[in-house]
Design a binder for this molecule. Sequence first.
Ligand code: ATP
Ligand code: MG
Length: 390
Amino acid sequence: MRKIGIMGGTFDPIHNGHLTAAEEVRQRLGLHEVIFVPAGTPPLKDAAKTASARHRRIMCEMATRDNPNFSVSTMEIDREGTSYTIDTIAQFVRDRPDAELFFIVGADAADNFQKWYKFQSILKMCKIVVTTRPGNPLDEGLAAKYGQRIIYVPISDIDISSTQIRDSIARGKFVRYFMPCCVSDYIHSQGLYIGQFEHFKRILQIDLSAERFAHSLSVVDEAEKLGLRHGQGEAALEKLLLAALLHDCAKNFCDERSFAQIKEFCRCEGFALDDFFADAPWLAHSFVGAVRAKAKFGVKDPEVLDAIAGHTFGKPNMTIIDKIIYIADFIEATRAPNDARSHARKLAYEDLDAAMIYILRHTIEKTAARGLPVYKDSELALRNLEENYG
Ligand code: ATP
Ligand code: MG
C-alpha cells in the first residue's frame, strides 16, 4: 500500500523547517511521497495579512522541485471558501482510495487539535504525525486521548517560523538561508513582506534625486541615534523613522513646479499655503511635504506630519519628535562638514533644546546676512525655546 504524507500549512513563506520536517518524517515512516498543500484561506489566520495564494503556491513549488518525493497540491487553493483539513483529507481519500494517509503537523499545530473542525472524523481517515518543533513542548497526552492514530516523530530542531521571516524582511534583515535560495530570491523579486517603511523607501528612491535620497536615509540614521540617546521608546522611534524618511518627500516636487502649481496642489488637499513662499517655492517643501505624506503615502499620524511640516523652520511648542527631525536634518553625516555643524552635533547628543536654539540662531543670522527674509515660524520657535529654556 502506498504511504502518502500530507503537509498542510499556510507556507507564508515555506521555509527549511517545513522541508526538514517533511523529509525526516518521510524517511522515518518510509513514506513514498509527501504532498504539500498550501491553504487557500486558512481558518486560523488573518487572510488579509497573508501573501496571495498564488505567491505561496509558487514558493512551495520552487522549494520542493529538487526532491522527487515531494509535490504540491493546489486542492485547497482551488476550493472556494475557508480551507478545512477535513475537506482536504476527504478529497485525498476519494482521489487515492488505496493509499494510507499521514497528515504531518508540528507540535504547535497539535496544541490546537481541539479547535480543528471535525477532528475526530479526520482521525478516522488518516493517521496524524506530530513532529517536534523548538519552543513547543510535545503534549504526550494526545495519544492517550486520541489513540494509536497519533504518531510522534522527533525531528531535528530547526528554529524558524514564517512569522519570524516576515518580520525580519519588514525590518530589512537578512533571511536568505532560512529557506531555499530560489524562495528568498522570489520574495525579493516580488517585493513580498517588505512592510511600509521599505515600501516608502522604494517610492522615494524614484521620487527624489540620488543626493536627496541619500540625505533622507542619513536623516533616518541620525534621528534613530538621537531618539535612542534621548530615551525614546519603540512607538516614538517608529514615528521618528517615518518622519525622517519622508521629511523631504516634496523636495523635488517643489523644485520642479511653480508656486501657483504648488499652492493649487495644497489647496486641493485642504491646506492653505502661505504666500510668503511665492518668491521661493522650494522653501515651502516642509509644509508641502506634510501635505504629500498624507495624500500620497497615506500617513495619518499628526505627530509624524507635524514633524515633517516643521523640519525647515521649526515652530513654537515643538515636541521631542519635531526637535529631533529638525536637528537630524541639520547635522546628518552627508552634509558638508563645518564648525556650526560640529558644534550643533555635539550639543544635540547632550541637550536637544540647546541644539535647537543654536541651530535656529545660526540659520536666522545666516539668512538675514544674505539679505533674505526670515520666515516667521523660525523667530517664533526661537523665542518660545528661549523663554522656556532654563
Ligand atoms: P506562521 O509563523 O505564519 O504560523 P509557520 O512557520 O508556523 O508559519 P505554517 O505554515 O503555519 O508555518 O506551518 C505549517 C506546518 O509546518 C505546521 O504543522 C507547523 O507546525 C509546521 N512547522 C512549521 N515550521 C516548523 C519547524 N520549524 N519545525 C517543525 N515544524 C514546523
Ligand atoms: Mg504556524
